[in-house]
Write a protein that binds this ligand. Structure first.
Ligand SMILES: NC(=O)c1ccc[n+]([C@@H]2O[C@H](COP(=O)([O-])OP(=O)(O)OC[C@H]3O[C@@H](n4cnc5c(N)ncnc54)[C@H](O)[C@@H]3O)[C@@H](O)[C@H]2O)c1
Ligand SMILES: C[N+](C)(C)CCCC=O
Length: 572
């Protein structure tokens, strides 16, 4: 939550960071008891603020080379991962306990059922997890409370040192963590490595901020003075989605821990494994046992966490319907929430764009992580003058995307997360056809030639044309590799259509006209607006949503404008 809009925080540091739970949202303003208080000051009159962040002009080719040249050089056996048999497609099984409490892996003391986690590339079960019951959740909270008592008394500098060491360990173990992420999530190893980079970068960023957070000294009449303290909230809960398992765990825990809180993290039951690596790293880095606990499970476990009396805040990443439930539960306990929810983001391509960049931008805006990205720009509005040329080129490049074993270096599209989700995505394509859309390319189940991948959840990326704004495929979040192309004539028209949605997570604009770029970005109702780029993730910038895409307790919506020379490429 933006510091500027919180009572009692008139001079907080700027709310910059990768995720909405930025530093101030894990703090509560607390004036000291004596001497006399100034009292909290409401800054509700602050105008809405937009943050403009410029990306460094790192060429995408350099980024690519850096990522691939690192190689799989440091395969390791993580402490506690003794039962990992191998780190390649089709062999990994997870036999160690998947909960983490008091600095060690544990089996839950009670359970409300089991869930199977798959390797999407092969369809194999890699882990069966016990869904933590109410007693286990209570033990995790108790352990986190004890750690909080130690942690909250540390100086910001001391907390920063632990986070820095954890960041160093993540960097050191990057390839093994990325491999684990690829095995459990299905995203290509190329992408997973980029995710791990934005994970350790996030810890470094908040480590840097930890020491500089301070309260205020306020002069009062007759020689009196007051001061404010910035105090952590206590035990915070993080609930994650399955599309960025390790990154979400880092983006939630880093700001929370930097501010002096403890965190209990519940990953999605589809992707339970990599959060444990983070837990082990925090312990190794010097975090007190219990500071970062992991409980596994689905909705029931999540509810136990949200409803627990001693949980001070819930930070949630997931779908809008679940976000609504989380908000409702938290409201009953008067708990602040941060909600990072879904989207149906517009990507606007003007006729004066650099077409080559725009095509690459559209690919990365739609097919990253097999299209399972909250901020994907899936409503691709293309100005009429260039729509034929654009469509032809986008189809050509989509045909070149390499689908297959996600652990292979040249794979750019792996399997979807699981069978039911694949069916759901294919169902959207079927209904698009029924509603009059044309499938220009893809949208079919895909079977790679490697026999071990036969039971994986692959499909060809799909391009739809003849779309209308009222079609289901254009209105609803598909969360799969499906691009809908929509023609437009004028700037005013496209802005109105782009904003005509209940979501507001991200948006993109491709144009050579710099004034138009910033004018359109300012009028788009979205948490992040990319200019001549898409889906880049600099950790220094906030990441949040308008409308149903997200919620924080604050007086303005974060709106980031990320601008760069050229987009990251998906196809080779
Ligand atoms: N805005 C963002 O930053 C962001 C990032 C990633 C994903 N997402 C969104 O997440 C969605 C996909 O993720 P998903 O399928 O895992 O979402 P989901 O809402 O089904 O589940 C998310 C998490 O909530 C838990 N959960 C489910 N019901 C719950 C309940 N009643 N109480 C407490 N916890 C509960 C799940 O076990 C899981 O850990 C998409 O809509 C996507 O756009 C958003
Ligand atoms: C890293 N990205 C691409 C910004 C995605 C953030 C999480 C959304 O699903």
């Amino acid at each position: 939550m933006p510091a500027h809009s919180r009572p009692g925080f008139p001079k907080a540091p700027p709310p910059r960071g990768p995720n909405s739970p930025r530093i101030p949202s894990f703090y509560r303003p607390r004036p000291s008891a004596t001497p006399p208080l100034t009292g909290p000051r409401l800054r509700s009159a602050l105008p809405a603020r937009k943050i403009v962040g410029l990306l460094s002009e790192l060429r995408p080719q350099q980024m690519f080379l850096r990522a691939v040249s690192s190689g799989l050089t440091s395969l390791f056996r993580t402490p506690g991962l003794a039962a990992v048999t191998a780190m390649s497609t089709g062999t990994f099984v997870q036999l160690d306990p998947l909960n983490y409490r008091d600095g060690a892996r544990v089996e839950p003391v009670d359970s409300s059922g089991t869930e199977k986690a798959f390797e999407p590339a092969t369809g194999r079960v890699i882990a069966t997890l016990q869904c933590s019951g109410e007693t286990e959740v209570h033990l995790a909270v108790k352990s986190a409370k004890a750690a909080f008592e130690i942690w909250r008394k540390k100086s910001g500098m001391e907390r920063g040192q632990v986070l820095l060491e954890a960041a160093r360990l993540i960097k050191e173990q990057k390839d093994a963590i990325a491999t684990m992420e690829t095995i459990n999530n299905g995203k290509s190893i190329f992408e997973a490595r980029l995710d791990i980079d934005t994970s350790w970068q996030c810890l470094e960023y908040y480590a840097g901020l930890a020491a500089s957070m301070a309260g205020e000294h306020v002069q009062l009449p007759n020689g009196s003075f007051g001061y404010t303290r910035r105090e952590p909230l206590g035990v915070c809960v993080g609930i994650g989605a399955w599309n960025y398992p390790f990154q979400i765990a880092c983006w939630k825990s880093a700001p929370a821990l930097a501010c002096g809180n403890a965190m209990i993290f519940k990953p999605s039951p589809f992707t339970p494994v990599s959060a444990l690596l983070l837990a082990e790293i925090y312990t190794k880095a010097g975090a007190p046992p219990g500071l970062f606990n992991v409980v596994q499970g689905g909705a029931a476990t999540g509810q136990f966490l949200c409803q627990h009396r001693d949980v001070a805040k819930v930070s949630f990443t997931g779908s809008v319907p679940t976000g609504m439930k989380i908000m409702e539960m938290s409201a009953k306990g008067i708990k602040p929430v941060t909600l990072e929810l879904g989207g149906k983001s517009p990507l606007i391509i003007f006729s004066d764009c650099d077409l080559e960049d725009a095509v690459k931008g559209a690919l990365v805006a739609n097919f990253l992580t097999q299209g399972q990205v909250c901020c994907n720009g899936t409503r691709v509005f293309v100005q009429k003058e260039i729509i034929d040329k654009f469509t032809k080129e986008v189809v050509k490049q989509t045909q070149n995307i390499r689908i297959g074993d996600p652990l292979l270096e040249d794979t750019r599209m792996g399997p979807l997360i699981n069978g039911p989700h694949l069916e759901r995505v294919l169902g959207f394509i079927k209904s698009a056809k029924e509603e009059g859309a044309t499938v220009l390319y893809g949208g079919e189940p895909y079977e790679p030639t490697d026999p071990k991948l036969k039971h994986g959840y692959y499909m060809t990326p799909c391009i739809l044309t003849n779309c209308r704004d009222d079609m289901t495929c254009v209105r609803e979040e598909i969360f799969g590799p499906v691009m809908s192309i929509l023609p437009f004539k004028t700037e005013a028209e496209v802005l109105e259509r782009a904003n005509d949605t209940t979501f507001g997570l991200a948006a993109g604009v491709f144009t050579r006209d710099i004034q138009r770029a910033h004018r359109v970005a300012a009028d788009l109702q979205a948490g992040t607006c990319y200019i001549n780029n898409y889906n880049v993730s600099p950790v220094e910038l906030p990441f949040g949503g308008y409308k149903k895409s997200g919620e924080e307790v604050g007086m303005h919506k974060p709106a980031t404008v990320a601008s760069a020379a050229t987009p990251v490429f998906l196809s080779l």
